[in-house]
Write a protein of this length. Structure first.
Length: 528
């Protein structure tokens, strides 16, 4: 018997066409629970319930969503030990420090930041022109579908992560599609979410969970007339298929797809602190077995003895570091296929490039290298994302060749340049930094790209194929919220019919509003 789905505020038996089980990646053995592959009937019911919830929410106090997020954050915090143990069994990610001390606190913080932003209101960018009596602000768009990834069972989870928090904070119902790698984690979070929704008076259907659908029903879901928007984190091929379906239907979809996060290490930096940079690189590249979307998968260097010393130091560390367990057999297989593709495109193995070496699903710590000339010749294939504990080092003969390689980079989430602390690399930095800046969402200096701070200033996005649109971020409140909002304008609408944020009196006394070109928290004078 399969576990139930959460639809319309109730846990009920799924309408299913098949079932699946998650596995423990460390043992490569299936876990006991059986989860349904929902048919379109489940999707239909969830869409109807979300539509009804969206209509009902309009009649509720504006702080309901904020109250829910705050209550839900506390519920997760209270069950942190159980959640970490369950996620560990499904992902092999360590309970401490990764799950319990890092990812769970980040998830809780995201929910609380989203709650605070919803309550304060400035995220909506209320804008008022008193001369023409025009007023506009962002508002909830409608039911949102969220597809969570395999590598973050909490912080990007469809029923608890950043996309979920942003969509709910705006006032949208969420239909979460769990990742098949950690369905029990998703189920427990959904139980806490539903309890929190009931406690705070949210309508049934505000939070819903299905585990898996057919590919055809996934495409149909993002394109359905009742779906207002979608957030997706996962593989490029699946994401692009969903985007094509959503685009045909005119539905917004926000994708995080693939990124190799180039790092340029200039000669002066290597001479000053090459060993230290090697340590930083290895720690970054092998952290979580390389299964971060900000893993430094491409390093560009100038030829010379310091570069050879650096590559040898990284190779030695890769050999010494233990081989970790990957998230699933599928991830291990994909990593092997990507390494093979890179080698066929001209990359040479420095160390690794073999399956196994660790417990359960694993792949050897892998360092590849290629000349910049070969990279320039075959840039597309040599930017194949190898999701896991792998990196490709590109060695250029001179600054011209380095710049030429950078000009061929695809869009990435992040990019970093290491340079001399005493100005030795300043001229070369000035040459390559603009090339890097144009191809990444977040640009770093003297720092590896792993680690994403949940800050209003963060951009976790970038040009294609890092994401589906370069103008949006998946991390950082309040900007992330506006992906799931619609800009609404009111022209000579009677004062009592305006949303509270656009009335003359500032409803919170703290909301920043752009009134006649000036940002202010003040009420609008009745004499205007």
């Amino acid at each position: 018997m399969t576990v139930p789905v959460l639809i319309g505020g109730k846990w009920r038996a799924a309408c299913w066409s098949g079932s699946f089980r998650a596995e423990n990646p460390a043992t490569a053995q299936p876990l006991p629970d059986e989860y349904p592959i929902s048919t379109w009937d489940d999707c239909e019911a969830a869409l109807d319930a979300a539509t009804a919830a969206f209509q009902e929410l309009r009649a509720l106090p504006t702080d309901c969503a904020a109250d829910f997020l705050q209550t839900y954050a506390a519920a997760i915090e209270a069950r942190a030990d159980d959640l970490a143990c369950i996620a560990h069994a499904e992902t092999a990610l360590p309970i401490s420090p990764r799950l319990k001390e890092a990812e769970l606190p980040r998830t809780i913080d995201q929910l609380r930041q989203a709650s605070a932003a919803a309550r304060e209101g400035s995220w909506a960018l209320p804008t008022i022109d008193t001369k023409f009596n025009l007023r506009s602000c962002y508002a909830a768009i409608g039911p949102v579908c969220v597809f969570g990834p395999n590598n973050f069972p909490f912080a990007y989870e469809g029923i608890a992560g950043g996309d979920f928090a942003a969509a709910i904070a705006v006032g949208n119902p969420v239909i979460a599609k769990a990742h098949t790698s950690h369905p029990r984690t998703s189920r427990m979070l959904a139980e806490l979410a539903q309890q929190s929704a009931e406690q705070t008076g949210l309508p049934p259907g505000m939070v819903q969970l299905i585990y898996r659908t057919s590919h055809e029903d996934g495409l149909r879901l993002v394109a359905d007339r009742r779906t207002a928007a979608t957030g997706y984190t996962g593989s490029r091929n699946t994401g692009l298929a969903l985007k094509a379906a959503a685009d045909r239907a005119g539905k917004p979809i926000y994708l995080e797809l693939s990124s190799i996060n180039p790092v340029v290490i200039l000669p002066g930096a290597l001479r000053e602190r090459g060993d230290k940079i090697a340590d930083e690189f290895v720690a970054s590249c092998l952290s979580a077995v390389g299964q971060y979307c900000t893993n430094p998968g491409l390093v560009l260097l100038l030829a010379g003895p310091e570069t050879e010393k650096f590559i040898a130091a990284v190779a030695a560390r890769f050999k010494l570091e233990p081989v970790g367990t990957l998230l699933s057999g599928r991830v291990a297989k994909s990593l092997g296929e990507s390494v093979t593709a890179l080698r066929q495109a001209g990359a040479q193995t420095v160390v690794g490039a073999t399956a196994g070496g660790g417990r359960g699903h694993s792949y050897a710590n892998t360092l590849l290298r290629v000349s910049a000339a070969q990279f320039i010749k075959n840039a597309a294939a040599l930017q194949t994302e190898a999701f896991g504990n792998e990196s490709l080092h590109v060695v250029a003969e001179d600054a011209e060749q380095l710049a030429a390689a950078l000009e061929l980079l695809e869009g990435n989430l992040t990019g970093s340049i290491y340079s001399s602390n005493v100005g030795e690399d300043d001229s070369l930095y000035g040459r390559v930094a603009p090339l890097m800046r144009a191809r990444v969402g977040r640009f770093l200096n003297d720092k590896m790209p792993t680690g994403v701070v949940v800050s209003p200033a963060m951009n976790h996005g970038g040009p294609y194929p890092a994401t589906g649109h370069p103008g949006f971020t998946a991390v950082g409140i309040p900007a992330a919220m506006r992906r799931f909002a619609i800009l609404q304008c009111y022209d000579h609408v009677r004062p009592n019919r305006l949303p509270p944020l656009l009335q003359d009196k500032n409803p919170t006394g703290r909301t920043w509003r752009l009134v006649d070109g000036t940002w202010t928290t003040a009420d609008i004078s009745s004499t205007k």
